[in-house]
Design a protein around this ligand. Sequence first.
Ligand SMILES: [Zn+2]
Length: 258
Amino acid sequence: MSHLDPERLALVAVGETLTDAEQEHLATCDVCSIELAELEHTVAVGRSTVTLGELETPPERVWDRILDEVRSQQPAAPDAGVAAPAASAPPAAPSASAPAGAPSLADEQPKRRGLRGGRMLFALAASIAAVLAIVGVWSFVRAPQSVEIASATLAAFPDHPGAAGTAQVIELSDGERTLTVNVEDFDESDGFREVWLITADASALVSLGELDGKKGTFVVPADVDLREYVLVDVSQEPLDGDPTHSGDSIVRGPLEFS
Ligand SMILES: [Zn+2]
C-alpha cells in the first residue's frame, strides 16, 4: 500500500476516524505516523492557544522534517528494477547530469532519483498545503476573538439635560483595546464633540478623538491603564483651536469591568 494521502491525514488529525486499512498502514509506517503526529500537534496547538504565535512553528518543522526525508531517500535507490520512462520524469529531474546521446542503465539512475524526489516534493507540497489549510482554518476561527472587558453608562451634565450615553471597551485577541461610545439626545449644533478618558480624581486625562455623530470607536493607547483612567467623558468643544478639555462635559460615567 502506498503512503496515506496527506489530505486524508489532515482530516484524521482534525477528528475523522481511520479506516481499518489506514490503521493497519499507520501501525507499520513511520513516515505516515510521524506525519499524522505532526498534524495532530498542529491541531492541538490551534485548539489550545489564543495567540497565533506558536502556530507558525509546526509548518516549519514539518518542512524541515520532510526535507530531511527527501535528502535521506535520494541516495537509497539500489533496486534497479523499475526504471522510469523519461517522459514521466518531472521537470525538476536532474537529468542534465546525464551525457546527451549516450543512454545506458547508469544514466537511468539520476532520472529515477529525480522522479522519486519529484514524488516526495509533491507529497511535501500536499502536506504543507494540508497543514496551512488547518492553520488557516484555525486562524480564521480564532482571529475574531474579542471580549468586552468593561462598559459604562454615561450620565448627562446639568447643561445638557436629556443627553445619555453608553461605552464599551473591547479587547481584541492581539491585546489592542477599543472604546466604543454612543451618545443620544444632545445638541449637535456648534463646535464638535470629543471623547476623553479621565482618572477618578480628574488629575489626568487623555483625548481619544473627535466623536463624529452619535457613535464612535477609538483605540485606547496601549500605555493607558483603564483602572486609572476609569471615567469616560464626552465634551462639547468650541472651534477655538485649544486642544485641552473645554470643561463643558455632555455626559460622563465610570467604567465597570466585567
Ligand atoms: Zn506510509
